[in-house]
Design a protein around this ligand. Structure first.
Ligand SMILES: NC(=O)CC[C@H](N)C(=O)O
Length: 201
């Protein structure tokens, strides 16, 4: 496959950092704000930021249903922090009217680490990432409270699940886009390539 095009949901949050990390991991990266733009991408990153705002803007921009549809149809998606929250089938401690896209059979607790410690860094051993542990940057981060049978736990910290994958959907509580280490983005770009290769077979 030629270089995959990967969108970064650009409603709110640390969009620019993801664009840089994706480009470093050999993808064509572009911001996505409008439903029409979904037709042009092979995969999508949902950045960190504030999930309540992102959810509100996704409704206003008419993106909620189109995004849900693409995820159901198998488009690879990677969510960091607020992005992980957006990918949860079920959410705890969300705002009452907060919508998620879903995509991973898991229950995510919003601001779970935040209650203990607003932000911190920790070395994270993550399945699928070779070599040294990933530097996990946690900022008012969620954790995964429980997962369904088809959801793979890729990493834990302090007994809590902080990285998961279900099929084509990947999520981390932490922010690899802030560290200059592009291995997690490279893992996601490989998922996008695999999916595209399977589709063209
Ligand atoms: N760094 C982050 O993305 C924080 C997530 C934020 N606490 C939320 O609920 O959306």
């Amino acid at each position: 496959m030629s270089t995959p095009t990967i969108g970064v949901l650009a409603l709110q949050g640390d969009v620019r950092e993801h664009l840089v990390a994706l480009a470093a991991a050999d993808a064509l990266a572009r911001p996505v704000r409008r439903p029409e733009e979904l037709a042009e991408i092979d995969g999508l990153v949902i950045p960190g930021g504030e999930s309540t705002t992102m959810s509100k803007l996704a409704v206003i921009f008419g993106l909620l249903e189109p995004l849900r549809e693409r995820i159901r149809a198998g488009m690879p998606v990677y969510g960091t922090c607020a992005g992980m929250i957006m990918l949860a089938d079920k959410l705890l401690d969300g705002r009452e009217d907060q919508e998620t896209l879903g995509g991973i059979d898991m229950i995510v607790r919003r601001n779970a680490f935040g209650r203990q410690n607003e932000s911190f860094e920790a070395a994270i051993e993550m399945a699928g990432i070779e070599g040294a542990p990933v530097e996990g940057v946690f900022i008012r981060a969620p954790w995964v409270e429980s997962t369904g049978a088809d959801t793979e736990v890729l990493a834990t910290y302090d007994g809590h699940t902080v990285a998961v994958r279900q099929g084509n959907v990947l999520a981390t509580s932490f922010h690899p886009e802030l560290t200059g280490d592009h291995r997690v983005h490279a893992l996601f770009v490989a998922m996008v390539r695999e999916r595209a290769a399977a589709g063209s077979r």
